[in-house]
Design a protein around this ligand. Sequence first.
Ligand SMILES: CC(C)(COP(=O)(O)OP(=O)(O)OC[C@H]1O[C@@H](n2cnc3c(N)ncnc32)[C@H](O)[C@@H]1OP(=O)(O)O)[C@@H](O)C(=O)NCCC(=O)NCCS
Length: 151
Amino acid sequence: MPNKVLAPQSFIYKVNPDLGELDWNHICELFASVNWRTRTAEELKKAFSTGSWKIFVYKDDQLIGFGRTIDDGRYYAMLGDVIVDPDFQGQGLGKEIVNRLNALLQDYHFVTLTAAPGKGDFYTSLGWKKQTTAYIWPQGPKQLRQHTAEG
Ligand SMILES: CC(C)(COP(=O)(O)OP(=O)(O)OC[C@H]1O[C@@H](n2cnc3c(N)ncnc32)[C@H](O)[C@@H]1OP(=O)(O)O)[C@@H](O)C(=O)NCCC(=O)NCCS
């Protein structure tokens, strides 16, 4: 059962905290909670150590959401791994994570993201535009099915 809707000030946003102090097993569990299951704690920590920006959201001491940028520090940036704990979804946290990351990328030439299947409307509701010029080299039949017109 989802938690009741809490006031925005109930949540703490940490930008680029010390990654060594995070509980990566809990972060793995948050990935699993939204059915993204193929990552290990060690791989995730290594991946998050790249890129300029990471935002983590807390309710008291509990990590309940995050998102990050994957970028070259100047020209190209994409948003990735935006996840909100299912118990706290629908309270504006996803929107806040995306908008805060996006605000940090103002000087970049190209800011993009790949929506998870079925999540496109979440991004368009925040003002993102569908990119007509994006291409993917599918890394398997699942990506071909989920991310291309051929699928
Ligand atoms: C997608 C996700 C990050 C949204 O987080 P959230 O905290 O529940 O979303 P918010 O409460 O901030 O919603 C912001 C707006 O988007 C809308 N929205 C949220 N999820 C949506 C969806 N799946 N489809 C369409 N609109 C959606 C909300 O209705 C809200 O609109 P409003 O501002 O007009 O009320 C969250 O559902 C999640 O973690 N999903 C699993 C992982 C995932 O798919 N991440 C994104 C992949 S690219």
